[in-house]
Design a protein around this ligand. Structure first.
Ligand SMILES: Cc1cc2nc3c(=O)[nH]c(=O)nc-3n(C[C@H](O)[C@H](O)[C@H](O)COP(=O)(O)OP(=O)(O)OC[C@H]3O[C@@H](n4cnc5c(N)ncnc54)[C@H](O)[C@@H]3O)c2cc1C
Length: 392
């Protein structure tokens, strides 16, 4: 069987064969969706700096990928591995698409599913799973990204109500969200709040002039005396463990997802190098090109095996968050390196939106930074190895 054909996505190590038929079918359905619905338009969305998020959310809901690894409330209840492979296919289209799905399912829905009251779950999860309501997750602030525990957003009690004041920054889906999960300091510690975005005092101006994740909505959240009822607080958690557990869910999507962007770059580049004639023969027939392609294929294959391993650990309930740090660090760092190397093989053509490579490279700069920067994940691994926390 050929390891590389235009019809079969690059699977040099036969990783596809390591997953069960049901998971492979699901992955194929997401790939088909991306091919039909996203690929023909995504360069224009990126160029225009917009995403038809509402339409896409409904279609993604029908596809069953919103909160797909959660159970009940209309969620598909798949394995973590299946969720990861769906993210891989989505990000092969664009990291912005995968971000929409990650934030919806792993951050906003997961927070409500894991820590919310029965009423929160009934009110929001079925509509979010169907893509009829969009969620966002407000943790980062202008002055607190890698160290979110320093946040200034505050929730104080006023009679039976809560009043929220503060500013969140870099929030995916913020301006289009129907509901925001917002984390704030309270007298009891950090708590999460379920905030309908039509609550007076809540605004979400969109952040413009991005050079990365342009096919994704990124916003500021401004909370100016937002009055919420007593039951707006997530009852199931107090402290940073709440938001951090949500981030670990989303990071699993990134561990797989970034490799989808890398695979798309590599497939595009192999095809380009075959057709481009340089010094009287295909670019693909030159040794330097083959060395680059071989090295990238090694990293992609290793990354896929690692992702699959971590997915299986999660499915057996033995995954440690420090292992997710290693996976997130590896997948995004290597995907970005692959995208940048592919860009060199495409020459000048590589700087355009006619090919997906530089779009993926630009997107991966955000992915490298969000959900814990590469440096923060290195420090997590360093602390695990040495016992010394080098953050401060
Ligand atoms: C497109 C996009 C979408 C996002 N979506 C969301 C979202 O939906 N919700 C949300 O809450 N947040 C979101 N974020 C925010 C993201 O999580 C933060 O950007 C990230 O945590 C890093 O924070 P920062 O940008 O403030 O960088 P900083 O924390 O200021 O880091 C700057 C640099 O310092 C380094 N650094 C940090 N700590 C240390 C240390 N101890 N030692 C040495 N170096 C260190 C970092 O690695 C980095 O290189 C998004 C970001 C982007 C770009």
């Amino acid at each position: 069987m050929p390891l590389v054909t235009p019809a079969a996505p690059l699977d040099y190590l036969g990783v596809d064969a390591l997953v069960d038929d049901e998971t492979r079918d699901l992955q194929a359905a997401v790939r088909h969706f991306v091919d039909e619905r996203v690929r023909p338009h995504v360069a224009t969305w990126f160029e225009d700096g917009r995403l038809p998020a509402r339409d896409l959310a409904r279609e993604l809901g029908e596809l069953g990928v919103l909160g797909m690894h959660l159970t009940g409330y209309g969620c598909a209840g798949t394995s973590a591995t299946a969720y990861g492979l769906a993210c891989l296919e989505l990000e092969a289209g664009d990291s912005g698409l995968r971000s929409l799905v990650s934030v919806q399912g792993s951050l906003a829905m997961y927070a409500i599913w894991r820590f919310g009251s029965a009423e929160h779950k009934q009110e929001w999860l079925p509509r979010m799973a169907a893509g009829q309501a969009i969620g966002c997750f407000g943790l980062t602030e202008p002055d607190f990204g890698s160290d979110p525990a320093g946040m200034r957003t505050r929730a104080r009690r006023d009679g039976g109500d809560w009043i929220l004041d503060g500013t969140k920054m870099w929030i995916t889906n913020g301006s289009i969200a129907d509901v925001a999960v917002v984390w704030a300091h309270t007298d009891e510690g950090i708590r999460g709040f379920v905030v309908p975005t039509d609550t007076p005092g809540f605004t979400a101006p969109e952040i413009k002039r991005k050079l990365s994740l342009r096919a994704s909505v990124t916003s500021e959240l401004v909370l100016d005396g937002v009055r919420l009822p007593a039951d707006a607080v997530l009852p199931g958690v107090t402290g940073m463990g709440g938001p951090l557990s949500c981030l670990n869910e989303a990071r699993m999507g990134i561990v797989f997802g970034a490799l989808g962007a890398a695979r798309d770059c590599l497939e595009t580049t192999i095809a380009y190098a075959q057709s481009r004639q340089i010094f009287d023969k295909p670019l693909a027939a030159h040794q330097i090109t083959q060395v680059k392609l071989a090295d990238m294929t090694v990293e992609l294959g290793k990354g896929l095996l690692l992702a699959l391993h971590l997915g299986r650990l999660k499915d057996t309930g033995t995954l440690d968050h420090r292992q997710i740090s290693l996976g997130k660090l590896n997948s995004v760092r290597e995907a970005l390196a692959i995208a940048n190397t592919c860009r060199t093989i495409l020459g000048a053509a590589g700087i355009t939106l006619d090919y997906p490579v530089m779009r993926h490279a630009a997107n991966l700069e955000s992915v490298l930074t969000y959900e814990g920067t590469s440096e923060v994940h290195q420090l997590v691994i360093g602390q695990t190895l040495t016992g010394h926390a080098a953050f401060r």
